[in-house]
Design a protein around this ligand. Structure first.
Ligand SMILES: Cc1ncc(COP(=O)(O)O)c(C=O)c1O
Length: 411
C-alpha cells in the first residue's frame, strides 16, 4: 500500500453563505419518509409533481428534433427559430429596443450568467426581501454582499420604493424584480414598474426582470386567452430606454421544468447596454450552449396553441381560493391573496421561529412547507410559503394537518 497523505477536502469558504432553504428542507422530509411516512410536498414549485402535464405539442417538437439528429451542440445564444419566437413574444408584450436574446439552461443559468457578467468586488445588487433564494446563492458565490429591499406586506407585497431609495449606494449596479413574485404571488402595478424604471434612470441601474410566471396571472375570472384580459405588464415595456434583461422560460408557463430551458431578452439603448452584453456573450460562449433538442420546444410553445393555460389557471384559481379560505379561518394565520404564480406566503403569529414551525410540521404531520426565514423577511415577522399546486383533496388534507398541529402546539 502506498503511503497516503489524503486529508479532508473542504468546500470553499464563500459557500458558507449559500442557502437554498427549499431544497435544504428536503433532507428533513427524506428522513421522515425513510421512517415510512407519506410526505405531502407543499415546498417545491414543480407542477409536474401534481396533476399538470407538459403540453403534447412541445413533447412532439423535442422528440422530432432528437429524431432529426439535433443532438449536437447548438450555437451559444440558441437556435434561430427559438430566438425568433422569443423576439416575437417580446414584441407581443410590448418590449421594444431589443438588443439581444439568448437561450440558457433554465432561468437559473440566465441569473448566474447575468449577475456574473455584471458585478465586480465591492459592487452590490438590490434584491427583494423575501426573495427567490437563487439570487442570494449566486451573489454568495460571487462574494457580493447582499443589499436587499423589502416587499411591503401592507401594500400587497409591492416593492417598498422608499426602502429601495434608501438602499441605493454609489456601488449599486442593478435591481432584481420578480414579477409575478415568488414567494408572495404578488404582481407589480404599472405605477410600481414606472417608479422603479425612474430610479434606474436616475442611478444608472440595470433591471433584471424575472418574469418566469408571466402567463400565470390568476386575478381575473375570465379564462379567455385574449391578451387584454391579462394584467401582467412587462417591466421592459414601460421603460424601453432603460437597460433591462427580461427572464422567461418553459419551466412554469409551459410546464416543462425538467427540460431546463430559459432565456434572457436584453432591451434598452444599444450604447448603454452593449458593452455589458459583450460580457454576457463571453460567458454564454464559455458554457457552449443550452440543451439543444429542448430548444425546439420554444417556438412550439410561444407560437402554438395556448389551451393548457386555461386549464392551469382554472386549477390554480380554485386552489388559491381554497388556500385563502383556510388562511381566513385559521387562528394565527393571515395572508395577502396571491395574484399570480402558485405560491401563498401567509404570516403566522407564533411564539417560536418559523423554521421550528416548519420543521415540526414536517416531523409531526408530514407536510413540507418552507419557512419565511429561508426567503428573508422583515425582522420581527414570521411566514411560511405554501405551494398550492396539489389538487383540492390533497390541499384540504394538508391544511387540516397543519391546523391540527397549530391547535395542539399553540392552543
Ligand atoms: C422566480 C424564479 N426565478 C427562476 C426560477 C428558476 O427557473 P428555471 O427552472 O427556469 O431555472 C424559479 C424557479 O422556481 C423561480 O421561482
Amino acid at each position: 500500500m502506498p503511503v497516503t497523505h489524503l486529508r479532508e477536502i473542504s468546500p470553499a469558504a464563500r459557500l458558507e453563505n449559500v442557502r437554498y432553504a427549499i431544497r435544504d428542507l428536503a433532507c428533513i422530509a427524506d428522513e421522515v419518509a425513510r421512517q415510512g411516512h407519506k410526505i405531502l410536498p407543499l415546498n417545491i414549485g414543480d407542477p409536474l409533481n401534481f396533476d399538470f402535464q407538459t403540453p403534447a405539442h412541445l413533447i412532439e417538437a423535442v422528440y422530432r428534433a432528437m429524431r432529426d439528429g439535433k443532438n449536437g451542440y447548438s450555437s451559444s445564444s440558441g437556435i434561430p427559430s427559438a430566438l425568433d419566437a422569443i423576439r416575437g413574444e417580446a414584441g407581443r408584450k410590448g418590449i421594444s429596443n431589443i438588443q439581444d436574446v439568448f437561450v440558457t439552461s433554465g432561468v437559473s443559468e440566465t441569473v448566474d450568467i447575468c449577475l456574473t457578467a455584471l458585478l465586480n468586488p465591492g459592487d452590490n445588487l438590490l434584491t427583494p426581501c423575501p426573495d427567490y433564494p437563487l439570487y442570494s446563492a449566486v451573489l454568495a458565490k460571487l462574494e457580493i454582499r447582499l443589499n436587499t429591499y423589502y416587499l411591503n406586506e401592507e401594500d400587497g407585497w409591492q416593492p417598498d420604493l422608499d426602502d429601495i431609495r434608501k438602499k441605493i449606494t454609489p456601488r449599486t449596479r442593478g435591481i432584481v424584480l420578480i414579477n409575478p413574485n415568488n414567494p408572495t404571488g404578488s404582481v407589480c402595478t404599472r405605477k410600481t414598474l414606472e417608479d422603479i424604471a425612474e430610479l434606474a434612470r436616475r442611478h444608472n441601474l440595470i433591471i433584471f426582470a424575472d418574469e418566469i410566471y408571466d402567463k400565470l396571472i390568476i386575478d381575473s375570472q375570465n379564462d379567455s386567452e385574449n391578451q387584454d384580459d391579462d394584467p401582467h405588464v412587462a417591466m421592459a415595456a414601460v421603460a424601453p430606454d432603460v437597460p433591462v434583461i427580461t427572464f422567461g422560460g418553459l419551466s412554469k408557463n409551459y410546464l416543462a421544468p425538467g427540460w431546463r430551458i430559459g432565456w434572457g431578452i436584453a432591451s434598452g439603448e444599444a450604447a448603454v447596454i452593449g458593452p455589458y452584453l459583450e460580457g454576457v456573450n463571453k460567458l454564454l460562449r464559455a458554457r457552449l450552449c443550452a440543451n439543444h433538442p429542448e430548444q425546439y420546444a420554444i417556438k412550439a410553445a410561444l407560437e402554438g396553441p395556448q389551451d393548457h393555460l386555461v386549464e392551469v389557471k382554472r386549477k390554480l384559481r380554485s386552489r388559491r381560493d381554497l388556500t385563502m379560505k383556510w388562511c381566513a379561518e385559521t387562528a394565527r394565520v393571515s395572508c395577502v391573496a396571491p395574484r399570480g404564480a402558485f405560491y401563498a406566503y401567509p404570516s403566522i403569529d407564533i411564539p417560536e421561529g418559523d423554521d421550528v414551525f416548519v420543521t415540526e410540521v414536517i416531523r409531526q404531520k408530514h407536510v413540507t412547507l418552507v419557512h419565511g426565514s429561508g426567503f428573508g423577511q422583515r425582522p420581527g415577522t414570521k411566514h411560511f410559503r405554501i405551494v398550492f399546486l396539489p389538487d383540492e383533496k390533497t390541499l384540504t388534507a394538508a391544511y387540516a394537518a397543519i391546523g391540527d398541529f397549530m391547535r395542539e402546539r399553540y392552543a
